[in-house]
Design a protein around this ligand. Structure first.
Ligand code: ADP
Ligand code: ASP
Ligand code: MG
Length: 423
C-alpha cells in the first residue's frame, strides 16, 4: 500500500459535521494501510467572506496583506481536521503551506509553485501521522512572504504534493460524483465521465469547469500523476483523469467530452484603434505589464472611411479594473478613441479530442445556439475546443441546448449535487 494524497474542497468541510465526516473517511484510508497526506480548503465560502471583509476596509485589496488574510481560511480547517482525526484515536499533524515546503514565486494572489520540499511531511507520515496541509498557499522563494495560488488553488497544492511525495494517486474530494459532461448544477441530465484524458480535462478546466483547476491538471500531466475526482459524500467511484485508461476504466468514444461554461470573465472593447502596425502590440503590452491574463481576442475589420478598427478581448472580471486603469493611462501613447467594459457575458465551450477528425462540430454547435435563440458575440477555437461569448443571461439555456444537441444527455438518473452553494 502506497501513499495517497487526498484533497477536500470547501464544500466537503463546510461545518463541524462535515469535518467529522471527512475525518472518518481519512482514517479509513489510513486503516487500509495507506500513508495519507491530506490537503484541505477553507470551510464553505470562507474565502469569499474574507474577500468581502477586505473590500470593506480597502477598495482594492491586493498583495501581501490580502494573501496573509486569505490563508487564514485554510489554517482554520487544517487545525480542526487534525483535531477531529485525533479524537477518533489516530495521530495527525497540521502544516501550513510554508511548513509543508510549498515554495512559490512572488506574485501575490496568483503565485506559481516553483518547488515543493516536503521534508517535514515525509517525517511526519513516517512517524505514523496523517499529515494535514493547508491548501492554496505557499511561501515565496524571494522575500519569504506568504502567497496564495489563485482561486481554487488547493487542487494544485494537492497535485504538487502528490508529485513531490511520489504518491500513487491524488484524490480530489468534492460535492459531486466526479467530472460530468456539463456542470450538474446547470444540466441535471449531465453524465458522469469514468475516464478522461489530461488533454480534454485541461481544456474543460481552462474553459471554466471548476471541478478541477486548470493549473492542477497541467501539473498532473507534467508529472504524470493520476487524479481521481470523487464525492466526499458518497462511496462511489468518480472520474479518473490520466494519460491512459486502466483496464477497468470505461472509455466512451464520444466525439465530445463535455460542455463548459464560465461567467467569471468580462469583455473590454478598445474602440477606434488606428489600423496600422504596432497598435495591437502596444495594447497587449500594456495589459501584460499590468499582469493581467487575457483569454479571447477579436479585431474587427477596419472601416475604410476612417481607417479605425475595434479590438475586443476577454479577461477575468477580477482584473477588469486593473486593465481599464492601465489602458486609460496609456491612451495618449496608443491613441484609441474610448474603452467599453462589459461584465454581463458568459463563455460557453465545447470540448473533445474527437473534434479533430469530425467535420461539422462547429456547425452543429452554432445551430444548437441559434435554435435556442442565443446570439454569439465572439468565437475562438483550438484543435479540440470551440468557445463562444454570449450574454450572461443566456448561459444556462445555451449550455443545456448544446448538451442535448450533441447527444450528451443521460437517459438514467439525475446528477446529484451533495453540497456547496455553487459560488
Ligand atoms: P470544492 O469546494 O470541492 O473545491 P468546487 O466548487 O471548486 O468544489 O468544484 C465543484 C463544483 O464544480 C461542482 O459543485 C459543480 O457545480 C462544478 N462543476 C463545473 N463543471 C463541472 C463538471 N463538468 N463536472 C462536475 N462538476 C462541475
Ligand atoms: N479556499 C480557496 C478558494 O476558495 C482555495 C480552494 O478552495 O481551492 O478559492
Ligand atoms: Mg475547487
Amino acid at each position: 500500500m502506497g501513499l495517497v494524497v487526498q484533497k477536500y474542497g470547501g464544500s466537503s468541510v463546510a461545518d463541524a459535521e462535515g469535518i467529522k465526516r471527512v475525518a472518518k473517511r481519512i482514517v479509513e484510508a489510513k486503516k487500509n494501510g495507506h500513508q495519507v497526506v491530506v490537503v484541505v480548503s477553507a470551510m464553505g465560502d470562507t474565502t469569499d467572506e474574507l474577500i468581502e471583509l477586505a473590500e470593506q476596509v480597502s477598495p482594492m485589496p491586493a498583495g501581501r496583506e490580502f494573501d496573509m488574510l486569505l490563508t487564514a481560511g485554510e489554517r482554520i480547517s487544517m487545525a480542526l481536521l487534525a483535531m477531529a482525526i485525533k479524537s477518533l484515536g489516530h495521530q495527525a499533524q497540521s502544516f501550513t503551506g510554508s511548513q509543508a515546503g510549498v515554495i512559490t514565486d512572488s506574485v501575490h494572489n496568483k503565485a506559481r509553485i516553483i518547488d515543493v520540499t516536503p521534508g517535514r511531511i515525509r517525517t511526519s507520515i513516517d512517524e505514523g501521522n496523517i499529515a494535514i496541509v493547508a491548501g492554496f498557499q505557499g511561501v515565496s522563494q524571494e522575500g519569504k512572504n506568504i502567497t496564495t495560488l489563485g482561486r481554487g488553488g488547493s487542487d494544485t497544492t494537492a497535485v504538487a504534493l502528490a508529485a513531490a511525495l511520489d504518491a500513487e494517486v491524488c484524490e480530489i474530494y468534492t460535492d459531486v460524483d466526479g467530472v460530468f459532461t456539463a456542470d450538474p448544477r446547470v444540466v441535471k441530465k449531465a453524465k458522469k465521465i469514468d475516464w478522461i484524458s489530461f488533454e480534454d480535462m485541461l481544456e474543460l478546466a481552462a474553459s471554466g469547469s471548476k471541478v478541477l483547476l486548470h493549473r492542477c491538471v497541467e501539473y498532473a500531466r507534467r508529472y504524470n500523476i493520476p487524479i481521481h475526482v470523487r464525492s466526499s459524500f458518497s462511496g462511489l467511484q468518480g472520474t479518473w483523469v490520466s494519460n491512459e485508461p486502466r483496464g477497468d476504466q470505461q472509455v466512451e468514444h464520444a466525439i465530445i467530452s463535455g460542455v463548459a461554461h464560465d461567467v467569471s470573465e468580462a469583455k473590454i472593447t478598445v474602440v477606434g484603434v488606428p489600423d496600422k502596425p504596432g497598435e495591437a502590440a502596444a495594447i497587449f503590452r500594456t495589459i501584460a505589464d499590468a499582469e493581467v491574463n487575457i483569454d479571447m481576442v477579436v479585431q474587427n475589420v477596419s472601416a475604410a472611411s476612417t481607417g479605425l478598427t475595434d479590438i475586443s478581448f476577454t479577461l477575468p472580471k477580477a482584473e477588469g479594473r486593473k486593465a481599464i486603469d492601465a489602458l486609460e493611462r496609456a491612451k495618449p501613447t496608443i491613441g484609441f478613441e474610448s474603452l467599453r467594459y462589459d461584465d454581463q457575458i458568459a463563455k460557453i465551450s465545447l470540448v473533445g479530442a474527437g473534434m479533430k477528425t469530425n467535420p461539422g462540430v462547429t456547425a452543429g454547435f452554432f445551430e444548437a445556439l441559434s435554435d435556442a435563440g442565443v446570439n454569439i458575440e465572439l468565437i475562438s477555437t483550438s484543435e479540440i475546443r470551440i468557445s463562444v461569448v454570449t450574454r450572461a443571461d443566456d448561459v444556462n439555456n445555451a449550455v443545456r441546448a448544446v448538451h442535448s444537441a450533441f447527444g450528451l444527455d443521460s437517459d438514467s438518473d439525475e446528477a446529484v449535487v451533495y453540497g456547496g452553494t455553487g459560488r
